[in-house]
Design a protein around this ligand. Structure first.
Ligand SMILES: NC(=O)c1ccc[n+]([C@@H]2O[C@H](COP(=O)([O-])OP(=O)(O)OC[C@H]3O[C@@H](n4cnc5c(N)ncnc54)[C@H](O)[C@@H]3O)[C@@H](O)[C@H]2O)c1
Length: 337
């Protein structure tokens, strides 16, 4: 892996986010030359918390600006692009879908058009779609399969489904670009600064000794992969796409742990890890009175296809992943909150 990445010219959209920061950290350690599109100077992120910003080339700009993207691709001679930038907050998407459509949909076609119009060097484009793009399927249809129809209904989910389809169209015989789509399950780990997401929200309330308010009734079933496993998979996919474009161009890859958990059990594990079982018992009563809307009941993934193609499987079980995550937040929360 290390030899391959040394000096490769990489663009990460969303580098100042959770997954972008973790991916950037790994790429730097492998000697890659990383350029990142950064929308604003928010420094409460992993990129700045771990001083990764000093080791990469940051370009300020908006994903919707095709000319900025074209300039980056040309001037930096980008060879591989990871497209991670997105408006990811489900609550914001529900209250104000416009910004979500702009970033997630317009941002994705702006990037794809910039690449199409200036396709001299690009050898691999990896697009972060999401399990949310599938929409609602009953329990007996789980785990999601890559060939399921995308039936997203709620704004964030629809925006990811649109971006997913738009990106895929560029891999078609019309444009023949080396694009791969990833639809991963929920991701957790160090540096996630979206405190409306379940795990950061729960950890914040424990560390800051604040009351934790569960959003739903705790019965939704979710699959959580540790971010290091996801970064490893991103690198495998991009490397294979670069080396064997005709073998995987246009493919869609799901990834999950195949060990789904109820949301209330995830919260319980976190409270248990912190020896706070009594606090969890109080929470259990709150769950009973809650209704969940705008959320799907069952979502989980397997890793059959990614194992077949790349021999990848998740290495980190939830208990050890959450312990590492808690340790990171305890040390660094003030840098991202
Ligand atoms: N975190 C998860 O559980 C998960 C699971 C599956 C898929 N994904 C996908 O992975 C990607 C990264 O997710 P994340 O958790 O790191 O999110 P994040 O919010 O931490 O990072 C997204 C980044 O995109 C940037 N961004 C937003 N709008 C932009 C714009 N208009 N122009 C430029 N940059 C902009 C944000 O500033 C942020 O730094 C997203 O596409 C998300 O849909 C995430």
């Amino acid at each position: 892996m290390k030899n391959f990445w040394n000096n490769k010219k990489i663009l990460i959209t969303g580098i100042n986010g959770f997954i972008g920061g973790n991916l950037c950290k790994k790429l730097i350690s492998y000697g890659a030359s990383v350029t990142g599109l950064i929308r604003n100077k928010n420094q409460k992120t992993l990129l700045f918390a771990e001083k990764l910003d000093k080791k990469v080339n940051l370009i300020q700009g908006n994903l919707e600006n095709k000319n900025t993207l074209k300039r980056i691709l040309l001037e930096q001679n980008i060879e591989i692009c990871f497209h991670l930038a997105a408006q990811v907050e489900v609550g914001i998407a529900e209250k104000d879908p416009f910004v979500t459509w702009e970033t997630n949909v317009r941002g994705t076609y702006s990037l794809m058009e910039a690449i199409r119009e200036q396709r001299k060097k690009i050898k691999a484009i990896v697009i972060a779609s999401s399990d949310k793009a599938y929409g609602d399927y009953p329990k007996n249809k789980m785990p999601y399969k890559e060939d399921y129809e995308l039936k997203a209904k709620f704004p964030y989910d629809v925006s990811k489904a649109c971006a997913d389809m738009i990106a895929r169209s560029y891999a078609s015989e019309l444009y023949n670009l080396p694009v791969v789509i990833t639809r991963f399950a929920n991701i957790y780990g160090p540096g996630q600064a979206n405190f409306s997401a379940l795990i950061p929200d729960c950890l914040k309330s424990i560390i800051k000794k604040q009351k934790f308010m569960p959003r739903g009734n705790g019965n939704s079933v979710r699959d959580f992969i540790y971010v290091d496993d996801v970064v490893e998979l991103y690198l495998l996919i991009a490397k294979n796409l670069f080396v064997y474009p005709n073998k995987i161009k246009g493919e869609v890859f799901n990834a999950g742990t195949l060990k789904p958990l109820k949301v209330k059990d995830i919260i319980k594990k976190i409270f248990l890890n912190e020896n706070k079982l009594n606090q969890f018992k109080k929470l259990e009563k709150l769950f009973k009175n809650k209704k969940t809307s705008g959320e799907l009941n069952y979502q989980y993934m397997d890793y059959k296809k990614v194992y077949k193609f790349f021999k990848w499987r998740p290495k980190t079980d939830f208990n050890s992943g959450i312990s590492k995550t808690i340790a990171w937040y305890r040390k660094n929360i003030s840098k991202i909150l």
